[in-house]
Design a protein around this ligand. Structure first.
Ligand SMILES: Nc1ncnc2c1ncn2[C@@H]1O[C@H](COP(=O)(O)OP(=O)(O)O)[C@@H](O)[C@H]1O
Ligand SMILES: [Mg+2]
Length: 390
């Protein structure tokens, strides 16, 4: 039911939480955010802010007891407390069991295997020692991809192991997931939304290009440069995955199209996603409003992409650390179809996500051309640049 007095509690106060709060404000929804400090991006725009730890049982329970609807902007939250809140009658989306599966990459991959959802071949290992043994015995051949099962994000917790030297020096510690290194032709993300009534809407597939050094998406194009058939298959797969998880809210499904045209699920995120930021300025419904519609069981919005768009993450320049300064903003704002979003982080550091820019045009080529200018012009620097490693 539509109610402006409903209290929506958001676990996590980063930029996704900030943009969710901004979308909620359009409908007078009251957002309450839980994170370490109101200095974080959501702090200034959330109707109310509670300082606490979203991975701590007591903090989540106390925070949630005063809410009507609970949601997340980060997966690594305390799900035991969320289960108690759900049993007390609170609406919790995404549901805690799905969160538990998703936040452990090992459980997540096993989930796909059990349901015949196409994904890269994998195996779980207890530690680097067991993995080295499997490589020595010839069970696994190099190159391969090693991922920590929990707590990885933005490429941290992913190692590509190519040779014996990497096996010695680059192996990650702790329980891990090992995958074949997929020959990726195109990397995609497809965001699906589902509400309690079971309706599903899927956004057009977006194409992700990675920053080679930081392993972060830094350039995203919508619609993706894939065939209409591939786009339809990717969107159908995203719908199948959100239905399999039985999630209400958003589910961003990261996929690979391999060199020989196979579609594989890489991983999912049950929340607004970096690959959906362009929807604010270029889709019929922004991903943030869609998430609110989905978790409040409102009719889902249209997901049409109104025009081609490129999204650039604004990453802190290498070598710059300290109070942030944005260079070249005016030159970018002078161009039609350039939309700058800053997250409100006071300090920059190398490759930190400080904001994003959406660039629209009548054709993908023109959008890419303008985005190339923005990328060269808009720089995230430290006010008094101090050289740091990296
Ligand atoms: N099996 C794989 N084969 C090839 N590239 C991969 C594979 N797994 C991950 N990658 C690359 O590494 C990136 C980060 O891996 P991902 O599992 O998405 O972790 P993160 O949680 O950091 O996003 C992917 O977006 C993709 O570019
Ligand atoms: Mg990923």
């Amino acid at each position: 039911m539509f109610s402006t007095t409903k209290k929506i509690g958001i676990l996590g106060g980063g930029q996704l939480g900030k943009m969710l709060c901004l979308a909620a404000a359009e409908w007078d929804f009251q957002t309450h955010t839980l994170d370490a400090t109101p200095e974080y991006p959501a702090g200034r725009v959330s109707a109310a802010f509670t300082a606490g730890d979203f991975s701590n049982y007591d903090d989540v329970l106390a925070f949630g007891s005063d809410m009507d609807v609970l949601t997340i902007e980060i997966e690594h939250v305390n799900t035991d407390a969320l289960r108690v809140l759900q049993n007390q009658g609170k609406t919790v989306h995404p549901h805690p069991d799905a969160l538990d599966t998703i936040k452990d990459k090992g459980l997540q991959k096993s989930f796909y295997l059990d349901r015949d959802i196409p994904t890269a071949r994998f195996e779980l290992f207890d530690d680097a020692k067991a993995l080295r043994k499997a490589v020595r015995s010839g069970k696994w051949a190099l190159p391969l991809v090693q991922k920590t099962r929990t707590a990885g994000y933005d490429g941290k917790g992913v190692a590509i192991l190519r040779d014996a030297g990497d096996m010695e020096n680059k192996c990650l510690a702790g329980p891990c997931l090992v995958e074949e290194l997929v020959p990726v032709r195109t990397e995609l993300a497809v965001i699906a939304a589902r509400n309690e009534a079971g309706d599903v809407r899927v956004y057009p597939a977006v194409e992700m290009d990675f920053h080679p050094e930081a392993n972060l998406v830094e350039f995203l194009l919508c619609p993706a440069r894939i065939s209409a058939l591939e786009a339809a298959e990717a969107e159908a797969l995203a719908e199948r995955v959100i239905r399999s998880f039985d999630i209400c809210g958003l589910l961003a499904v990261e996929m690979f199209i391999t060199a020989d045209g196979q579609l594989l699920v890489n991983e999912v995120a049950p929340r607004p996603h970096n690959s959906g930021h362009h929807t604010i300025d270029s889709a019929a419904t922004s991903q943030f409003q869609q998430h609110l519609r989905a978790i409040c069981n409102l009719p889902l919005g249209a997901t049409d992409q109104l025009m081609p768009a490129v999204m650039l993450n604004l990453l802190g320049e290498a070598g710059h650390q300290g109070p942030v300064e944005y260079e070249g903003v005016e030159d970018c704002l002078a161009i039609e179809g350039v939309y700058v979003h800053l997250y409100g982080k006071a300090e920059t550091k190398p490759f930190r996500k400080m904001g994003h820019v959406t660039i629209t045009a009548d054709t993908a080529e023109k959008a890419i051309e303008k985005a190339t200018f923005v990328k060269q012009t808009l720089k995230v620097k430290a006010a008094s640049a101090s050289l740091v490693a990296g």
